[in-house]
Ligand binder design. Structure first.
Ligand SMILES: *Cc1c(COP(=O)(O)O)cnc(C)c1O
Length: 377
């Protein structure tokens, strides 16, 4: 499956600023579980997001897993989840042997539909089970309809975990995503807006959560001179080396967001003449980091023609996420759907969105797209 492209979808984009933090870790022989990069990156993130506490972890997936544990999600419990997402949102629900209840998207932001969420909650309550948590995803950096979703969560008293893995730097009504829910998670995987090579974070305004997350992430070691354990733990902590990369990346986060947004604007203006191609627009008060620029075409055939023509030119593009309720591994779980995310999957494409793309690269992508679309008119 993996192949080399001239232009990738979303490659890591290092600055050189990471180096000084990594060298410091080597100089001090702090390349593993402790060191000042961990404290530094943690405080950089909290300050940026304006949130009180943060737990640095080895992936976004482990952050979601710990968030579920912190909210007391156990075997047989139900968790409402966006179906239009990457499998990493749902897998941790299954690590807990809990049941994902998959909720479809609305068509304006492509994120969880408030109507279908409420429908799912009512349905599960009628069937005798109130869901334990809601995991909502801000896909491709676009904020979900937070006011509506939070109102429903409050009405039924169900806590929200925000999967902001793709949405660091995005804002909703001027507040950063990841800070609305009981808990928020981020990913610093190599393809995300900033990277630590691999890593994640759990954030919350309740410091008790992050304290407990750190405890669980280090094998749940009790306070004793010997190794003493009264709970099952995990090996989920970020290393000081990875945190060093994160510190360097934090220095350019706003620059990365700016570059991604410019890329989106470039594609949108270059392709404006094609009325059957649409872009994911920001509603009033929504601010996306534009992690990936996505387009919606008129048909599956157009989507595939574009993808294959780009591939032919060694340019990577990718269909939008295949919804979880149609994935073989999750298709038998309860779902509240109306076909929206399946339409998006069939007709949508992610375009190369690296923050280091040159105008020449972008022109090359656009010229392939234009050629295909003109032929299909
Ligand atoms: C990347 C991603 C994750 C998982 O993050 P990892 O750091 O790769 O474990 C979770 N949810 C979404 C929506 C993602 O895009």
């Amino acid at each position: 499956m993996k192949r080399d492209f001239d232009i990738y979808l979303s490659p890591s984009h290092l600055t050189g600023e990471e180096q000084k933090f990594i060298e410091n870790a080597f100089d001090k022989n702090h390349i593993s579980a402790s060191g000042e990069n961990l404290a530094g990156f943690e405080s950089d993130l909290c300050q940026y997001l304006d949130i009180s506490s943060c737990s640095l972890l080895n992936s976004g997936t482990s952050a979601i897993h710990l968030a579920l544990i912190l909210l007391g999600v156990k075997a047989g419990d139900e968790v409402l989840c966006s179906t239009f997402t990457y499998s990493a949102t749902i897998n941790p629900v299954r690590y807990q042997n809990a049941i994902p209840v998959l909720v479809d998207s609305e068509r304006e932001t492509w994120n969880m539909s408030p109507e279908l969420l409420e429908k799912a909650i009512k349905d599960r309550i009628t069937k005798g089970k109130k869901p334990k948590a809601i995991i909502l995803v801000h896909l491709y950096g676009m904020p979900s309809k937070m006011n509506e979703l939070i109102a429903i969560a409050r009405k039924y008293e169900i806590p929200i975990i925000e999967d902001a893995a793709e949405a660091l730097g995005s804002k909703y009504e001027d507040k950063y995503l990841g800070t609305f829910g009981e808990l928020g998670i981020f990913s610093f995987n190599g393809n995300k807006i900033i990277t630590t090579s691999g890593g994640g974070a759990l954030v919350s305004d309740n410091p008790e959560y992050c304290k407990k997350a750190n405890f669980l992430a280090t094998q749940a070691r009790d306070d004793a001179p010997h190794y003493q354990h009264s709970e099952i733990g995990y090996n989920y902590r970020m290393t000081n080396l990875a945190a060093g990369i994160g510190r360097g990346q934090m220095e350019v986060l706003d620059k990365r967001v700016k570059a991604k947004r410019e890329t989106y604007n470039f594609y949108k203006s270059e392709l404006a003449e094609f009325k059957d191609i649409s872009f994911l627009e920001e509603p009033e008060g929504f601010y996306s980091n534009r992690w990936l620029t996505t387009i919606l075409t008129d048909s599956y055939e157009t989507r595939e023609a574009l993808r294959l023509a780009l591939e032919n030119e060694n340019i990577e593009s990718r269909p939008l996420w295949k919804p979880m309720h149609v994935q073989p591994v999750f298709k038998n779980f309860p779902a509240s759907t109306d076909g929206s995310s399946e339409v998006l999957f069939n007709r949508g494409l992610c375009l190369p969105s690296g923050s280091d793309l040159t105008t020449k690269d972008l022109m090359r992508v656009v010229s392939v797209i234009k050629k295909v679309l003109k032929l299909r008119r």
